[in-house]
Design a protein around this ligand. Structure first.
Ligand code: HEM
Ligand code: HEM
Length: 239
């Protein structure tokens, strides 16, 4: 197979979108690490013996870091919702028929057949987005209840606290699963063409024409790509 791409790039994610993505990623990694630290696991499994990680079994330190990362996650999430809501950018919201379309895309990848034409995001990316958003929202809602519980002025029943902890922990597990699936998607060569978009912001125009043809046509309509350049680009194989 040749290694041919068009070498013309097009912007897929702005600097702000990338900043929000990496703020969410870093804060979630810190929340998972410090949350597990509160269970408490790191003394028992001697993680706190590792050089530079002696603080990991100190409850006050992990709690403070958990709060700090939680503020970053909540701010980034609110910004994301307001920013895209204001710009009316709803490309990532699931649509009717996404389950069937995801099946057709995965089938085409496995059988080297033809994928259905995609918009800016593939149907499976829209489903994955809904899954991760739901679980992040659940950790935020239950997390706020847990913060209030730690304040002297609030009293909650044991039942509510039990369910809050159950949902907070279950959503943590789902988020870890979601991240594994998100990164696992890049094992497929087809999806690797999207990788540069979260670093440089750009993807190959030939790839867009080939795989995200509905988005490609829209970009031409919006005059975001030059029709002559669009005519010339092609994409003969996946990297
Ligand atoms: C807590 C961890 C993370 C979360 C919650 C997360 C979430 C998301 C979401 C919701 C999207 C939007 C579209 C999609 O679902 O593909 C996205 C896109 C993306 N993410 Fe992540 N992400 C995480 C970590 C990472 C990491 C570690 C990488 C490293 C390679 C990465 C690379 C990407 C790329 C390349 C895209 C762009 C895909 C495209 O342009 O369609 N993500 N991420
Ligand atoms: C991806 C996001 C998050 C993950 C993965 C996560 C994970 C965890 C885990 C594993 C625990 C330990 C088990 C427990 O005590 O229930 C925990 C505890 C806790 N989390 Fe989170 N969390 C997240 C977000 C949040 C947010 C957004 C807040 C606050 C708004 C928050 C506040 C708390 C509090 C207050 C505790 C209990 C501390 C205590 O009283 O011992 N978490 N978290």
């Amino acid at each position: 197979m040749t290694n041919k791409v068009s070498n013309v790039k097009i912007e897929r994610h702005s600097g702000i979108v990338r900043f929000i993505h990496w703020t969410v990623t870093i804060s979630i990694f810190i929340l998972i690490f410090t949350g597990i630290g509160q269970m408490p696991m790191y003394k028992r499994y001697m993680v706190d013996q590792i050089m530079g990680l002696t603080w990991s079994s100190n409850y006050t330190v992990t709690l403070m870091l958990h709060y700090l990362a939680a503020s970053a996650l909540i701010s980034a999430s609110l910004y994301h919702v307001i920013f895209h809501g204001f710009l009316k950018e709803f490309n990532l919201l699931p649509q009717r028929g996404d389950l069937k379309e995801s099946y057709l895309i995965i089938k085409a990848i496995l059988t080297k057949g033809q994928e259905p034409p995609s918009h800016k995001y593939l149907a499976e990316q829209r489903l994955a987005y809904a899954f991760i958003v739901l679980n992040i929202a659940l950790t935020i809602i239950t997390g706020v209840i847990k913060v209030l519980k730690n304040l002297p002025s609030w009293e909650f029943g044991n039942g509510l606290l039990y369910w809050t902890t159950m949902v907070h922990n279950a959503a943590t597990f789902m988020i870890i699963f979601g991240i594994a699936a998100h990164l696992g998607a890049f094992i497929m060569k087809e999806n690797r063409n999207l990788l540069p978009s979260m670093f440089t912001g750009k993807v190959d125009l030939g790839y867009v024409k080939h795989r995200h043809s509905l988005w490609f046509n829209e970009l031409i309509k919006q005059k975001k790509i030059n029709p002559q350049a669009a005519d010339k680009v092609s994409f003969s194989s996946y990297r």
